[in-house]
Design a protein around this ligand. Structure first.
Ligand SMILES: Cc1ncc(COP(=O)(O)O)c(C=O)c1O
Length: 397
């Protein structure tokens, strides 16, 4: 990369990220280019935000049009894009809903946690049950909800009132509920925790427990929402309606945005003065989100997500017999986890050297969140590269 860029980062940018020595300058669909003109095939565009790949044309056009009209006004006013977006999101939900907008996933979960407390307060309910290996964000309430000690280290004391139980274990949830419990917060499919699919009956069982004990069921769909898994919201696969669902990442096709949908009787607890976000629901991000939804619809990308997932599954399940390192293939639409028996960091590095961008999470799980408009040719090319890298490492192991 250009040494001047590296120098500037070293001198002026806080070093809280491990960055590759690559400077990306341009993207188009599932391809991205660095400042040396090198092209990469991206199976992890925007850390899950690039649902439509890089610079999707409808989103670019909508942003260009909106940016020249009205960028930001405070939420003391109405704007057309915010109202339209709320309608598009709520009418796609499988429960009666109203929307609140913010700017990121952690902010969406902060809002959901506050809402659960505001809702439970009259009955003295404030505790929230969350799952081991969950990931809900980095701000304090979301961090406290995230049941992974490695993210807490050094930041204690955390916000009180969170109880952690193993993902998939209904009995443990049932045991921890008491008359101070307000909500259960869960990712329908754990993302950062390793693409962990819920065991059969689990989400249904959580809904039953919530109904029985009058708790709110909150689905964190920051990673799974917006069609990523082949339905608008992942929980629709199981037909389990939540009381609150949180969204971010892909919501605005790569433009920063977060939000939540809540049942009206819950949503009404967010009265003026209880919660706000200055930039939340600004016309620019709403225009980008509307263009994202319209693209998914017009290009039939929910079906495409399912087809892409099935092709990945077939390919890697067939490959498993040739690659002892690959232990399990976990797929739901364009959310793909390849469980390895070894640390995956070297695989990611070797793939990058070969021009393929992927991610590793939870040390041993290769995570692919490809764009819903990935072409068949791109899919086969990237899978071929990844297989070659895995086989070369397998031989060395
Ligand atoms: C399920 C889930 N929730 C919340 C977050 C936090 O989102 P953000 O980084 O936008 O704050 C993430 C980020 O990876 C996530 O995967």
């Amino acid at each position: 990369m250009n040494p001047a860029t590296a120098e500037r980062y070293k001198k002026y940018v806080i070093g809280n990220y491990n960055r590759y020595p690559v400077c990306l300058v341009r993207g188009e669909g599932s391809r991205v280019w660095d400042d040396q003109g090198r092209c990469y095939l991206d199976f992890f565009p925007g850390w899950g935000c690039g649902l439509l790949g890089h610079c999707p044309p409808r989103v670019v056009a909508a942003v260009q049009e909106q940016v020249a009209k009205l960028i930001h006004v405070p939420n003391t006013w109405h704007t057309e894009p915010q109202g339209l977006l709320a309608e598009e999101l709520c009418t796609r939900a499988s429960f009666p809903a109203q929307a609140f907008f913010c700017n990121s996933g952690t902010e969406a979960n902060e809002a959901a946690i506050k809402l659960a407390r505001l809702y439970g307060k009259p009955q003295g309910r404030y505790k929230i049950i969350t799952m081991h290996n969950s990931f809900h964000g980095r701000t304090f309430a979301s961090l406290s909800a995230t049941a992974q000690p490695k993210y807490h280290a050094g930041c204690e004391p955390l916000l009180p009132g969170f109880l952690y139980v193993p993902f998939g274990d209904l009995d443990e949830v049932a045991k921890r509920i008491d008359n101070e419990t307000a909500a259960i917060l869960v990712e329908p499919i754990q993302g950062e925790g390793g693409i962990n699919l819920p065991p059969p009956g689990y989400l249904e069982g959580l809904r039953e427990l919530c109904d029985k004990h009058k708790l709110l069921l909150i689905f964190d769909e920051v990673q799974t929402g917006m069609g990523r898994t082949g339905t608008w919201y992942a929980h629709q696969h199981w037909k389990i309606p939540p009381d609150i669902v949180t969204l971010a990442k892909a919501l605005a096709g790569g433009v920063a945005m977060g939000g939540l949908l809540a049942r009206p009787e819950v949503a009404e607890k967010l009265r003026p003065g209880t919660h706000a976000a200055t930039f939340g629901g600004n016309p620019l991000s709403c225009a980008a989100a509307l263009a994202t939804i319209h693209t998914i619809e017009q290009e039939n990308l929910l079906q495409r997500a399912v087809a892409i997932g099935e092709r990945f599954r077939q390919r890697f399940e067939a490959f498993q017999s040739r690659c002892p390192l690959l232990q399990e293939v976990r797929v739901r639409g364009c959310m793909i986890g390849l469980q390895l028996s070894v640390d995956g960091a070297a695989v990611v590095r070797h793939c990058m050297e070969r021009g393929l961008l992927i991610n590793v999470t939870h040390q041993t799980v290769l995570r692919l969140l490809p764009a819903l408009n990935l072409s068949d040719a791109e899919l086969e090319e990237g899978c071929g590269l990844l297989e070659e890298v895995l086989l070369s490492l397998d031989l060395r192991a």
